[in-house]
Design a protein around this ligand. Structure first.
Ligand SMILES: [Zn+2]
Length: 180
């Protein structure tokens, strides 16, 4: 999956989990954080990302990191973790969504369970294709791939936005605490 699909899914989940921050700036930072986490396994860090797919795209390795982070946060900032538990759960789901989306390429198969298993997972969607090269250049083929991903995942963002607006209007005067 390109960053288009990951970002749209990350923003959608972020929108659903967005705490009732009063400042728009805080909301934007929160959503950008979700978009970043949606692509976390692809981050171009040495020993990570596409340098080492067996590590960066292993649900086992990532699950261990997630567990360590949650336990660490629980020890260091338990009350904050409790207050923002929906956001934390959403963040973990966003992180995990990366692996599902990467299996959706028509020509992909991901060994997600290394080092425990080399079994490959593939859930091909006919119109989602891998990029022939990393852009730039943004040629017609790359733009077509972006376009199909946007069409596929944009509805999730629209649904999340509708849900967000409706949930805020259904409980008038419930305050910011209801969504934290
Ligand atoms: Zn990936």
């Amino acid at each position: 999956m390109t960053s288009v699909g990951h970002s749209l899914v990350g923003a959608s989940i972020g929108l659903v989990c967005l705490p009732g921050f009063k400042k728009i700036q805080n909301r934007l930072v929160f959503l950008v954080g979700f978009i970043a986490v949606a692509s976390l396994p692809d981050w171009p860090i040495p020993g990570w990302g596409h340098y080492r797919l067996d590590i960066s795209h292993s649900v086992i390795v990532n699950g261990g990191i997630m567990l360590g982070l949650v336990l660490g946060m629980r020890g260091l900032a338990g009350p904050t973790l409790q207050t923002y538990r929906l956001a934390v759960v959403g963040m973990l789901i966003t992180w995990l969504s990366h692996f599902l989306l990467d299996t959706l390429y028509v020509d992909s198969s991901m060994a997600l369970f290394r080092p425990l298993s080399d079994i490959e997972v593939s859930l091909p969607v006919p119109w989602l294709k891998t990029m022939p090269h990393v852009p730039p250049p943004f040629d017609r083929q790359i733009l077509s791939i972006f376009w199909y991903e946007a069409l596929t995942f944009m509805p999730f963002l629209i649904l999340a936005a509708i849900w967000r607006v409706r949930s805020r209007s259904v409980v008038p005067g419930s305050g910011d605490g209801s969504n934290t």
